[in-house]
Each structure stands twice: as structure tokens, then as C-alpha cells.
Ligand binder design. Structure first.
Ligand code: FES
Ligand code: FES
Length: 156
């Protein structure tokens, strides 16, 4: 029998308290319970990066973390970072460089890219590639994505 547990966490700056089944993954909780559907669900086993969210400052796979493990944590999704304008330069560059086609990978890709540019002021192309290597894109061939991230760091 599945057990419901009460959790309280901060999601995009707003305190949230809910009862959740212990087996609920964080990304499913965010999408289905809170309606934050910007984080996508692709492989559901930690490979594709579509579900990337930030927990207590670090990007994690939302499909590999249980919602109950985020009890007491500060969680940020692509919606929160967009609202805070943290992603504005990257979103503009992705648009200008045609760094998306279907867009399925894009929220996770933006989260990974933002993590890199917030930690490192002048990453090389190789470092950009390495940092997004855990985020799969089936459409673009990655070149335009790397171009977009590079354009943001070069504009600094
Ligand atoms: S859905 Fe989480 S890594 Fe693919
Ligand atoms: S734009 Fe389609 S998966 Fe990346």
C-alpha cells in the first residue's frame, strides 16, 4: 500500500505544503500537482535531461528524485527562472540562433545552460558541450545550442 506523506517546500519562491504518495517523483509532483509543466518528462530514468530542475542551488533530474526527498528544499523550475529573468539572455539567444525545433528538450537545456553561465563567466565551447552533455536533443544537432550559449557568454 502506498503511503501519503506531508511535505513542505519552496517552489519558485512560494511555500507549498501537500500530501503526496511516497513514490511520486519530483517532476511528476511539479507537473501534475502544481501545474508547472515546463519541466518535461522524457526517458523517466535519468538519461535525457528533459526533467532538469534546480534543488537547493544544484540542477538535478526531476525524474530521479522523489518529491518527499525535496521536503524542506528550495526548488526552482524553468517557470521560476523565466519569471526572475534569469533566463532572458539565453532565451533570446536560443531564439536568435534557432537553437530549438520541437522544443521538447529546451526547458531542460536552458536550465543546464543557466547553471553553467551562472557558475562560470567565460566557459569554452568544449566546457559548454560538456555541461549540456547530459541533456539530449533529437532535433538540432547541438551546434546551434552551443552557439546560443556561447553568444551569451561572449556578450558579457
Ligand atoms: S525524464 Fe528525467 S532524465 Fe529523462
Ligand atoms: S529541439 Fe527537439 S529535442 Fe531538442
Amino acid at each position: 500500500m502506498d503511503q501519503d506523506l506531508e511535505i513542505t517546500l519552496m517552489v519558485n519562491g512560494t511555500p507549498v505544503t501537500r500530501r503526496v504518495a511516497a513514490r511520486t517523483h519530483l517532476v511528476d509532483f511539479l507537473r501534475e500537482e502544481l501545474g508547472l509543466t515546463g519541466s518535461h518528462v522524457g526517458c523517466e530514468h535519468g538519461v535525457c535531461g528533459a526533467c532538469t530542475v534546480r534543488v537547493d542551488g544544484d540542477i538535478v533530474r526531476g525524474c530521479l528524485m522523489l518529491a518527499v526527498q525535496a521536503d524542506g528544499a528550495k526548488v526552482e523550475t524553468v517557470e521560476g527562472l523565466s519569471d526572475s529573468k534569469a533566463l532572458a539572455a539565453l532565451q533570446k539567444a536560443f531564439h536568435e540562433k534557432n537553437a530549438l525545433q520541437c522544443g521538447f528538450c529546451t526547458p531542460g537545456m536552458l536550465m543546464a545552460a543557466q547553471d553553467l553561465v551562472s557558475r562560470k563567466s567565460r566557459p569554452t565551447r568544449e566546457e559548454i558541450r560538456a555541461h549540456i552533455s547530459g541533456n539530449y536533443c533529437r532535433c538540432t544537432g547541438y551546434q546551434a545550442i552551443v552557439d546560443a550559449i556561447e553568444a551569451v557568454v561572449n556578450a558579457r
